[in-house]
Design a protein. Structure first.
Length: 185
């Protein structure tokens, strides 16, 4: 007899935002905890290039039947303004991914959706607040959503059940230490 796969009775909306380190790490920690309980996760990382490798992705390789990872084909992490034509391409990539996520909400495949850096895309005006609000409003009752990014908006934060701000106090980057394999990626 197959073990019954657990479902969340009530999924909530979680937000991790701010200029401090730990937003993606908190979301991935939640994914690890959920995987340990047999839940299924859909994780989309926005604004990170396809070839960027993070150590956690190697760990999740062993959970392919419970963990689905997408990194839409962005050309770069957007710290600098892009030419208009590139910006329109990036916006289309984000909207296409949002549509894919919305299509998955009411199916039975995923319990938790981690939308890493979607709030940063909003801050960079690459997605409209209304698109994110519509996405949140259409989630199925059993679906948990975790959003990360630099800033949330009052309307999106009001929709959330959990909002945590990561605030930078001190970071080794400020003294010139580069990102370290196994720690920052």
């Amino acid at each position: 007899m197959d073990k019954e796969i657990p479902r969340l009775e009530k999924g909530i909306i979680q937000i991790y935002f701010g200029n401090g380190k730990g937003k993606t790490t908190a979301a991935i920690g939640q994914a690890i905890r959920a995987l340990g309980q047999g839940l299924r996760i859909y994780m989309a990382q926005f604004l990170k290039p396809m070839d960027a490798f993070s150590g956690e992705m190697a760990v999740f390789e062993g959970f392919k039947d419970h963990f689905f990872f997408r990194r839409p084909n962005h050309s770069c992490f957007l710290e600098n303004p892009l030419p208009d034509i590139e910006m329109e391409k990036e916006k289309r990539i984000i909207l296409d991914e949002i549509a894919s996520i919305r299509d998955c909400f009411n199916g039975s495949l995923f319990d938790i959706f981690i939308l890493d850096e979607l709030l940063t895309a909003l801050n960079l005006r690459m997605v409209e607040e209304s698109h994110i609000i519509d996405l949140l409003e259409t989630k199925a009752e059993h679906v948990e959503i975790i959003l990360t990014g630099l800033k949330s908006t009052p309307r999106i934060s009001d929709m959330a059940d959990l909002v945590t701000e990561m605030r930078l106090i001190k970071h080794p980057y400020q003294s010139g230490l580069k990102a370290r394999q196994g720690i920052e990626y």
